[in-house]
Design a protein around this ligand. Structure first.
Ligand code: 1PR
Length: 549
């Protein structure tokens, strides 16, 4: 197998990149010291998280000059995400920290006054905006009707004159009213702001074109007018609640309002299939992300949870969209040694096994309580803070398990209430949402708005918003809950719980500003495929990513 050198200079979650490289027929050799760079023919620098952290690490380890020399020698170079950003002069994220300065521009933070930041999801890399590339040729296999997976808060605004004068070809994406650089290429260099290794077949094509050194190639697929519209798509996520059944096998299960046992006399844990198989099935159906929630992790320590790690390893070798893992991400005593294993180490185990994001449930509630008890001052020690500092806030999802609490009069509670269209059992017209922990078993006095504001301040990058009242009911998402949480934070919010058909997805996307929507039971029971949901959304002119073979 031909080889490519990979420079992993920060503790990165790059297992998926290695898997993707192998999938397109190449083998990875690791660059372990600056001297190794000289022996590289093709070099890839991935990067996640903070611009300043990444560039400082590269510089302190002595890589800047060898990388410059590699590029100057005309050898193929690819930068991914922060690896691409390194080609620029700098970023407002880290004033004073210098990039390689090959592109005379500074990265800017997205404006969050009208949209969620980070920008997370599937967006274009539109080569049509590139006058250098002939209409019938595609730059590194990029297609205007494909979508690519992005996750970042800082971007290079696209100003044609900045790039063209300096001879760069650019593929653009648009988020809200901002058009930015999705990919950039010149001579032997390619940079992608998106993650090709997480962008399904479309991303693998770009990676292969780079590795095969095919800078230009013919466009083989006709442009599809329904999907070539630029902009962020509506994200559909398939969620797999995983736990051990009474026979000791890890199975995908699904609860009704979090009760996962059959109502029949067997009272067995519902078994809806095998985790890896189902994840692959949903990927093939076009799921934009797959989430695994280890729902009984509070009983066990994930340090010993080898089967869950194995599920991730296997899934990440065939599923090239983002994978999230939740359950048990917290400081945990290791029963074998008695020592406390920090949440960051547990997250690292998951990242090394192929996860792109970790999702924190119960521990986030405790962290938020501590945050308020401490006069809204972060301690720097919580799982959210330590993991987002090491891997970037885009890698930290907070999974919320709220439950409705009805009151007749807002004065009855100190919590922020909203007037509900679905009154309580005694006709109460007001509701607030209490956060629960331990899989809904314990209800706390923290409300959902307090929680999401605190976790945003602590550095979470996304909220996975469940709703115990709606879970497994097939009655649609709780739009009142989604609207109120969206109004409280700038980070993206995923609506979850209650999806029973495509119309429920349409409803939540049209009636709220939610960033993504998640379904579980309706997919597991085979009532709907992800593809069918997307086709319905597309009929209603909602932009979705189409599946590419
Ligand atoms: O607290 O950090 O160890 O994390 C535990 C994680 O496990 C949390 O994310 C929590 O939401 C989840 N969890 C715990 N118990 C259950 C349970 O069901 N008994 N599942 C559980 C949460 C909710 C959704 C579900 C949607 C969609 N599952 O993820 O998939 O409600 O379902 P639907 O479309 O069928 O309605 P920690």
């Amino acid at each position: 197998m031909p080889t490519v050198h990979l420079l992993d200079y920060v503790a990165g979650n790059i297992r998926s990149l290695v898997n993707a490289i192998e999938r397109v027929g190449y083998q990875v050799e690791w660059v372990k010291s600056p001297e190794d760079v000289a022996s590289a023919d093709k070099l890839i620098i991935p990067g996640v998280g903070h611009f300043g952290h990444c560039l400082t690490q590269l510089s302190n380890a002595g890589y800047i000059e060898p990388v410059r020399a590699h590029i100057k020698a005309g050898k193929p170079f690819m930068g991914i995400c922060v690896g691409m950003q390194a080609l620029f002069e700098g970023s407002t994220e880290s004033p004073g920290v210098k990039g390689l300065g090959l592109i005379p521009q500074t990265l800017q933070r997205f404006d969050d006054s009208t949209k969620s930041v980070p920008h997370i999801g599937w967006n274009s890399a539109d080569v049509a905006a590139n006058p250098e590339v002939e209409a019938k040729q595609s730059l590194y296999g990029l297609r205007s009707d494909s979508k690519y997976y992005y996750v970042h808060s800082y971007a290079a605004p696209y100003r044609a004159e900045d790039f063209e004068k300096a001879g760069w070809s650019v593929a653009t994406a648009t988020y809200g009213n901002e058009t930015f650089v999705g990919a950039v290429a010149k001579d032997n260099m390619l940079g992608t702001q998106f993650h090709p290794e997480k962008s399904g077949a479309a991303g693998l094509r770009v990676l292969k074109a780079f590795l095969d050194s095919k800078r230009l190639g013919p466009i083989t697929a006709p442009l599809d007018p329904l999907t070539s519209t630029s902009g962020l798509t509506r994200r559909i996520i398939a969620c797999l609640d995983v736990r051990t059944n009474d026979q000791g096998d890890l199975v995908v299960t699904k609860g009704d309002q979090y009760d996962v046992r059959e109502k029949s006399s067997t009272n067995a844990v519902r078994n809806l299939g095998k985790p890896v198989e189902l994840a692959e099935r949903y990927y093939q159906q076009g799921a934009d992300e797959v989430t695994f929630l280890n729902i009984t992790s509070f009983r066990d320590t994930p340090v010993r949870d080898q089967p869950m790690l194995e599920i991730l390893r296997q899934t990440s070798s065939t599923v090239f969209v983002p994978l999230t893992i939740g359950g048990g991400i917290r400081d945990t005593p290791d029963p074998e040694t008695g020592k406390v294993v920090p949440a960051l180490d547990i997250a690292t185990l998951y990242f090394q096994s192929g996860a792109d994001k970790v999702s924190i449930g119960s521990d986030a509630v405790l962290a938020a309580q501590e945050y308020y008890a401490n006069d809204s001052k972060p301690t720097g020690k919580t799982a959210i803070e330590t993991i987002s500092a090491a891997y970037g806030n885009q890698a930290v999802v907070v999974s919320v398990d709220p439950k409705r609490v009805y009151v007749a009069d807002p004065k009855e509670t100190k919590h922020e209430t909203l007037r509900t269209k679905s009154p309580g059992p005694k006709g109460e017209e007001y509701v607030w949402y209490a956060c629960t922990i331990h899989g809904g078993r314990t209800t706390t006095d923290l409300d959902v708005l307090q929680l999401v504001r605190a976790v945003e301040a602590l550095g979470a990058g996304e909220v996975l918003l469940n709703c115990i009242d709606r879970d497994g009911t097939n009655s649609g998402f709780d739009l009142e809950l989604v609207r109120s949480v969206k109004g409280a934070v700038k980070i993206p919010v995923i609506a979850s719980s209650g999806a029973g058909n495509a119309a429920h997805f349409k409803e939540v996307f049209e009636e709220t500003t939610v960033d993504a929507a998640l379904g579980a039971g309706m997919f597991h029971r085979g009532e709907w495929t992800v593809r069918q949901v997307k086709e319905e959304l597309q009929k209603d002119r909602l932009l979705v990513r189409k599946f590419e073979e």
